[in-house]
Write a protein that binds this ligand. Sequence first.
Ligand code: GDP
Length: 646
Amino acid sequence: MAGVRVYELAKDLGISSGQLMSTLKDMGVEVSSHASSLDAATADLVKEMLASEKAPAVSVKTVEIGPGVSVRELAEGLGAGPADVQRKLVELGVLASINQEIGADVAQKVAEQYGYAVKVTHKREHKEERTLRPQPKQKHGPRTIMRPPVVTIMGHIDHGKTTLLDTIRKTNVTEQEFGGITQHIGAYQVDVNGRKITFLDTPGHEAFTAMRARGASVTDIAVLVVAADDSVMPTTIEAIDHARAANVPIIVAINKIDKDNANVERTKQQLAEQDLVPEEWGGETITVSISAKQGTGIEELLEMILLVAEMAELKGEASGAVQGSIIEAKLDRGKGPVATALINKGTLKVGLPVLAGQAYGKIKAMLDDKGQRVTKAGPATPVEILGLSTVPLAGDQIISVSDEKEARLIAEARIQESRSDRMAASQRVTLEDLYRQIREGSVKDLNVILKADVQGSLEAVRQSMEQLATDEVRVRMIHTGVGAISESDILLASASNAIVMGFNVKVHPEAQRAAELEKIEVRVYQVIYELLNDVRAAMVGMLEPVFEEIELGKAEVRRIFKLPGGGKIAGCYVTEGKVLRGSEMRVRRGQEVVYTGKLDSLKHIKEDAREMAAGYECGIMADGFNDFQEGDIIESYSQKQVARAL
Ligand code: GDP
């Protein structure tokens, strides 16, 4: 249908897509997504409506600004909070820090929303209207800013990931004032109409998952490239599973639409089969048709990335302690260890002592993705850093520390630790381990990666496994596929705490090596019921333990003795069975239970006793309870864990 997309119209109107969608809803127009098309009549109607709504807001109040005004200055001029102005800017598609200057046209749009007109003076001063309220002083907390999204490009080999990364880089980076010298540092940032996007430029999900296996989750959005002249391939599905396991939203780029044999509809159909139903079909997946080679659709793709980022409200703290991830590192003959860091929190600065995995040091110099020296880098800005003692690993966390000595001590301790116990440093995923983690209550899903020889057996095993699930423990298939167990399966398992199971398949030698390195258990079976038995056993370990109560005895409180320190001893008479020191106890007052806890102290005529039988008198105390009353009944009992069966 010809028309205008929601996000395009929103941009025209200077409001966020979200605002526009809610306006449309108020008008009774149903739209399913930001990418939905509106017909011209509806678009005109919205414009009219918004214009009439806005009209009364245009007032005589004016604010004078220079050609460039900082967010803070504008906020002061408008008598509004800077954070509020920033929010309005974000709605206009502008990400700006408080001290950043914004153009007069943008300032104008923001001012309008506060009922002000803007007068641009060419002197760098602005007068405030007498109607302006004085601003209370801003409180200082960690400064939160909207940060650029970090994007990873995934997809099957030859579907065009590298070409897409190159095209985006060429069309959005080279015209920089720095003359377009670009260098490969593992990530780059592009500028899309004043807003930034950070791309990790190692395409493919292996790098993504390897980082995650090290505990680094830097990616905010995954762009899945699928060639329209080919089809959804096993690696495409793998990439989808990897992104899903990491909870990262997926935007699909249907590539190579310039080719004669491109079939976008067929590609969409295949994506829908993977539960990536395109928005235009009523689903929730944003799909953009592109030609990475010819540059078609790239702008729209970038817009969509920003849209998803806007909805995710990615925030970063520009101040405070620095924390980030190493995304690439190498030893350079001339420069020594160089590493690319992507900052998550805080601002990395030259001279700052840092710790990154087993490496430490003071930042000697930093270079951005254009090869320019920079002195600081805020959230989501990739920078290459010099000055580390050794080469860290991709995925290592980089943090700022108080001084270099502290950094060295921690780094040395880490080196020692990894030498003495390599296993401890990495994650271990075995059936037994899962069993233990479940018992500790930290896991409730049995995450499985399942590979089988043929589709038929894969389905059979999968279904039988899923049938083992109970209300308490779910079997979560992180990824299933036909074929040998690959290195990528192992990385995914490591990143998502899953076990890898194979049915009638081989394990690739690289996978074997990776499994040893990552300490991932790989189990291969030839007989279904053996596989199911093992899964069942692991799940039984996952069930909440059930405790059975074994009653030991009862005692009645007959007198209360006050101790000099304020404590109370319940003088009791054992009426049934035995009461035991250290057992569980319950204090009943009539129908009510007033305390449950441990029976901490048991005395018989001032002497400590282990147990007291019926017919005897004793003194009972509990550390957590000092409110005994005459007539209370104390029950002593023990708990026994009962094995659970599925
Ligand atoms: P990757 O393996 O996913 O990184 O794929 P590449 O970017 O290396 O692309 C594989 C091949 O497809 C190369 O020969 C590219 O020139 C070609 N290719 C990539 N994008 C397009 C496109 O949009 N149209 C056409 N016709 N070819 C493309």
